[in-house]
Design a protein around this ligand. Structure first.
Ligand code: IPM
Ligand code: MN
Length: 364
């Protein structure tokens, strides 16, 4: 039995988490696995209820579960709150508290979505990049930090242990992919980057079968849109990864399609990369694919259910091939569907692919 803490959050978060839960439940039935869910507040909704975007009780729930599944946090309503009470502060707090230092943001184009990107199809076709972003260090957390009337300042700092552990992850993921790591830094200007590069080179000695390349972040941003196929694993620090992962997301067509996993040595959290989109909340029009795909990542990385994860991805791709689109990815001629319809289509398709792979299929 696997215990999953659900943090639906704000805006469209609850709708897309709902969609993911439906899929996970079906996977449980088909793969004879029990999943237990516990729903908790995080973000603006937690602030409204408790005066803080993340309570210790909720953190406690996360510590005692096998995986955490997050929707999205934030909204106009909470924008003017002081920094530490904003919904986004809860995100940073939970990452740090659970030690989620490795953020995986895979940018892979679904075949039927090739013509939906702002990039040309021939540039995109075959793109399969894993942005591996360091998530609990760097300038996001470095001290000293602050501002007064005359200045504002932050500190970009990495310790050796922090770089070693994320570099190891990069080489390990590359090993089971296309055996290439591009480590992104700004070593021509920043000492912290010179240090990062030195440590990555040291760690690489243990992975001679993986090819290592270093790239300055400005060049990496350009290369990602010029020729994304050249990349396999992109290893980056917290801030650079934040920026590069948005670029990588967009090359795949829509931010509404991108899943993520944040993994530490003990805990893991899964969430769609998109935000809370308060303008379309509650309208049953949000795209549930990023959330469902994040659920597939959870099956793979937290529960070692690789086959189930593969079949969920296959179901998503088939539904897209059949022309179903939520509003954010709709083009004339497509079949426009709601959040619920898209989810139900994926669920039905999942049963079909299970049958095709001759797994036990019972009637729903
Ligand atoms: C992300 C977001 C967050 C980040 C914000 C909301 C704190 O942009 O997950 O990429 O900067 O890490
Ligand atoms: Mn971001």
């Amino acid at each position: 039995m696997f215990k999953i803490t659900l943090l639906p959050g704000d805006g469209i978060g609850p709708e897309v988490v709902n969609a993911a839960v439906k899929v996970i439940k079906l996977v449980g039935e088909r793969f004879n696995t029990d999943f237990e869910f516990k729903t908790c507040l995080m973000g603006g909704c937690s602030y409204d209820a408790h005066g803080t975007p993340l309570t210790d009780e909720v953190l406690g729930e996360c510590y005692s579960s096998d995986a955490v599944f997050l929707g999205a946090v934030g909204g106009y309503k909470w924008e003017d709150l002081p920094h530490q009470l904003k919904p986004e502060a809860a995100l940073l707090k939970i990452r740090k508290a659970l030690g989620l230092y490795a953020n995986l943001r895979p940018a892979k184009v679904y075949e039927p979505m090739l013509s939906y990107s702002s990039l040309k199809e021939e540039i995109l076709k075959g793109t399969d990049v894993l942005i591996l972003r360091e998530l609990t260090g760097g300038i996001y957390f470095g001290q000293p930090r602050g501002y007064d009337d005359g200045k504002g300042f932050n500190t970009m700092i990495y310790t050796k242990d922090e770089v070693v552990r994320i570099a190891r992850k990069a080489f390990e993921y590359a090993r089971v992919r296309n055996k290439k790591v591009a480590s992104v830094d700004k070593a021509n200007v920043l000492e912290v980057s010179q240090f990062w590069r030195k440590v990555v080179i040291e760690v690489h000695k243990d992975y001679p079968d993986v090819q290592l390349q270093h790239m300055y972040v400005d060049n990496a941003a350009m290369q990602l849109v010029r020729d994304p196929k050249q990349f396999d694993v992109v290893l980056t620090s917290n801030l650079f990864g934040d920026i590069l992962s948005d670029i990588a997301a967009m090359i795949t067509g829509s931010l509404g399609m991108l899943p993520s996993a944040s993994i530490g040595s003990k805990y893991a959290l899964y969430e769609p990369v998109h935000g809370s989109a308060p303008d379309i909340a509650g309208k049953n029009i949000a795209n549930p694919i990023a959330a469902i795909s994040s659920a597939a990542m959870m099956l793979k990385y937290s529960f070692q259910m690789d086959k189930a994860a593969e079949l969920v991805e296959e179901a998503i791709e088939n539904v897209l091939t059949k022309g179903y689109r939520t509003k954010d990815i709709y083009k004339e001629g497509d079949k426009l569907v709601s959040t619920d319809e898209m989810t139900n289509n994926i669920i039905e398709e999942f049963d079909t692919v299970c049958a095709n792979h001759s797994l036990n299929v019972f009637t729903l």
